[in-house]
Ligand binder design. Structure first.
Ligand code: TYM
Length: 328
């Protein structure tokens, strides 16, 4: 069985973007792949985090994974930092990654531009290499991610190929899986940028645990144009195109099918249908989340998960260290 590896950073509440871009794919794919899904807490601390909040976010993510339908019998769930081999391999891979490659990472460039030279951590810069080690440690065949992480998976492939060329076949070269609909869900208030949990204007971002009223309000007040036609045109109608994409992704429809279905609707009535679709998707997830979050299940699943992944990662790390010549 082929392997799937992916993770999410616990830097804030999970968003509709991370659900559509990542979690929905994990749930659909995990029946057909040996699946490893983790909480990327080491990635979270590339920017300052409050300890208690970080821990709560981690627990929330695992409860949401389970509530969305990841079956812990089929998927291995774990916390990244509990397996020390991620950091161990990351150092070795950093020594096989070029500065030029990291300089080209658009996510870092964007953050750097936003924050200027105000004390960005080195971790934020080298983070794509840690991501490569998350993936290569487990010989992943596929990595389901949203569009913004595609470049990091491409870097992972380059690092793997370089290492294999130099030391002989060691790592599987993984393929990204990017969803056809919803690879980049946009902010509802500024549909030119990605919907993101770390954004200041929370009206533009739907959190998976938002109440029905809040979800409806956010969607009804999403920024659109004045054309009043439900047509997908990301350049000229980014707001309505984003809502079409959300509807398409949640109902497994093509964009054209959504356009056809809502031809003749005005924006108000279309938004109301999108709000219904989001609420109907999230309601059962929220109900299950409430049952799971305070149960022993989260702890049990994570204990079992880390035990399994450490064994796999240790063997891979030993092989790598042996090839590079580390230790005795
Ligand atoms: P993170 O935590 O920023 O996002 C988690 C996943 O959700 C996707 N995503 C989106 N997809 C569509 N539209 C959006 N608005 C949206 N927002 C988020 C992301 O593309 C991602 O797939 N570096 C990663 C976490 C990570 C990882 C890994 C992923 C660490 N190691 C190894 C895969 C494999 C990150 O920061 O994702």
């Amino acid at each position: 069985m082929e392997r799937l590896v992916s993770g999410i950073k616990p830097t804030g509440g999970l968003t509709l973007g991370s659900y559509i871009g990542a979690i929905k794919q994990f749930v659909e794919l995990h029946k057909n792949y040996e699946t490893f899904v983790f909480v990327a807490d080491m990635h979270a601390i590339t920017t300052p985090q409050e300890k208690e909040k970080l821990r709560q976010n981690m627990k929330d993510i695992v409860a949401v994974y389970l509530a969305c339908g990841l079956d812990p019998e089929k998927a291995t769930l774990y916390i990244q930092s509990e397996n020390p081999y991620h950091a161990q391999l990351s150092w070795i891979l950093e020594c096989h990654t070029y500065l030029g490659e990291l300089n080209r990472m658009t996510q870092f460039k964007d953050k750097n531009q936003k924050q200027g030279d105000k004390n960005l951590s080195c971790g934020l810069y080298t983070y794509p290499v840690l991501m490569a080690s998350d993936i290569l440690l487990y010989d992943a065949d596929v990595v389901p991610v949203g569009d913004d992480q595609k470049q990091h998976v491409e870097l992972t492939r380059n690092i793997a190929e370089r290492f294999n060329n130099r030391y002989g076949n060691t790592f599987k070269v993984p393929e990204p899986i990017i969803p056809k609909a919803g690879a980049r869900i946009k902010d509802l208030q500024d549909p030119t940028k990605k919907m993101s949990k770390s954004d200041d204007d929370s009206r533009g971002c739907i959190l998976l645990l938002d109440s029905e009223e809040v979800i409806r309000k956010k969607i009804m007040s999403a920024v659109t144009d004045s054309d009043n036609k439900i047509i997908f045109d990301e350049k000229n109608k980014p707001g309505i195109s984003n809502l079409i994409m959300i509807y398409a992704a949640l109902n497994n429809l093509k964009v054209e099918e959504v356009e056809e279905k809502f031809a003749g609707y005005n924006y108000g009535s279309f938004k109301s249908e999108v709000a219904d679709a989001v609420i109907n998707t999230l309601r059962p997830i929220q109900e299950k989340y409430k049952e799971i979050i305070n149960s022993q299940l989260v702890e049990d699943v994570l204990d079992k998960g880390v035990e399994k992944v450490i064994k796999i990662a240790e063997a891979k790390c030993r092989e790598v260290q042996e090839k590079v010549g580390l230790g005795r």
